[in-house]
Ligand binder design. Structure first.
Ligand code: SF4
Length: 382
């Protein structure tokens, strides 16, 4: 049995053992609205007084975001991204400052979590996660650390069965994290992928995701790869031809050199962080969270194999690109509906409501934006 990885505690911040990250400018996080994330309303005036019209409102995602411009090697990037980096680095919005970090308040301390979309986190040589970098990235305007999630003393494990946080940590989570971080991770310990959904099927979910993919951005292409692969795994067929989202960013990461990792290690590192982030507590029980993760992991593994077979990608790069796609799909509101409708041992916490987003997904095809004025009010785009 592998030794459970004890988290490293640094002045009340807990980082997952073996988490590795440093921003080396691979650039993915500064491109595409799906990755840029929202601008806070209070940040609009600062950005628009510098560059009028630079903030837009995304109707489908219902967020304010910085406008994007075409990138010389494909896709779109933030209007403030220059060849030598961010033009407003010291005044960049909080989502940019925080990426790829998150913060979860637990009874034992504040967990630093990391997202794996950018190859700076998932590919090539990376130093151990630097706690001072995480702290300064996460600190708010008054140096306060504000968690994006809080986990209480009782953890819902399955059905109505709860465990104290401490027992959950020692008996359930730590051994599982240890097995995911082994050189050959035991993915089967996550449980069965593709659990039954209350009110929908996985084929329905794949088709709804393909609605998002019609938008044509890099993020949409990524979701398209994920959706097509989900469809194939369900025995359906697809002839969709997809572009390569952020290939230039992964080119940069691959060119950094370093030892080639196994695809299993890339997937295991990501899966361990999904569990460590405890976001599953927002949507149901641990059992539901495991089934959801097992499903995205199987799809990501299949995407990686498709990328290797069709494009001859290096295995760890293919896995890193697949992780990016699985993470983006998992960030959609539609996927929250999937999470809540998962039935394990005959129980789910909610019915699938994503069908109501079919209309929304169709609307994405005619993508959309409205400029936003300095006070955050909408303005029609001429
Ligand atoms: S504001 Fe700066 S850091 Fe944020 S996405 Fe744009 S270029 Fe990147």
């Amino acid at each position: 049995m592998p030794t459970p990885p004890e988290p490293t505690q640094v002045s009340s911040l807990l980082i997952r053992r073996d988490a590795r990250f440093a921003c080396v400018g691979d650039g993915l996080c500064c491109s595409d609205v799906h990755v840029l994330g929202p601008v806070a309303p209070r940040e609009v005036r600062r950005l628009t007084s510098r560059t009028p019209g630079v903030v837009r409102r995304h109707r489908t995602l219902r967020i304010l975001y910085i406008d994007t411009v075409p990138h010389p090697v494909g896709g779109r990037v933030c209007a403030f991204l220059q060849p030598d980096g961010c033009a407003i680095h010291t005044q960049r919005p909080s989502t940019c400052r925080h990426f790829p970090f998150g913060l979860v308040a637990t009874p034992l301390g504040l967990r630093v979590t990391t997202e794996h979309r950018c190859p700076c986190r998932s590919l090539g040589p990376r130093p151990a996660l630097d706690i001072d970098l995480a702290r300064s990235s996460l600190a708010g305007r008054f140096e306060q650390l504000r968690p994006n999630l809080r986990v209480g003393n009782r953890v819902l494990v399955e059905g109505r069965r709860c465990l104290s946080f401490h027992r959950f940590l020692t008996e359930v989570e730590s051994p599982l994290l240890a097995s995911l971080l082994e050189p050959t991770p035991e993915f089967s310990r996550l449980g069965e992928p593709f659990p039954p959904l209350d009110g929908s099927t996985w084929i329905d979910v794949a088709h709804l995701l393909r609605g998002y993919a019609a938008e044509g951005s890099s993020g949409a292409e990524a979701i398209g790869w994920f959706a097509d692969t989900l469809l194939l795994l369900q025995g359906a067929s697809t002839r969709a031809k997809r572009g390569r989202p952020w290939a230039w960013s992964f080119d940069r990461a691959e060119a950094r050199g370093g030892a080639v990792a196994s695809p299993e290690a890339v997937l295991g590192d990501w899966a361990a962080d999904v569990l460590w982030s405890m976001t599953w507590t927002q949507h149901g029980s641990f059992a539901q969270g495991l089934s959801e993760l097992a499903t995205r992991l199987v799809v990501a593994d299949a995407v990686a194999k498709r990328l290797q077979a069709q494009l001859g990608l290096r295995p760890d790069r293919a896995a890193a690109e697949a992780v990016m796609m699985a993470e983006l799909a998992g960030a959609l509101p539609l996927w929250d509906s999937v999470r809540a409708s998962i039935r394990t041992s005959g129980q789910g916490t909610g019915r699938f409501t994503g069908a109501s987003s079919r209309h929304g997904a169709d609307r994405v095809a005619g993508e959309v934006a409205e400029q936003v004025g300095p006070e955050g009010q909408r303005q029609a785009i001429p």
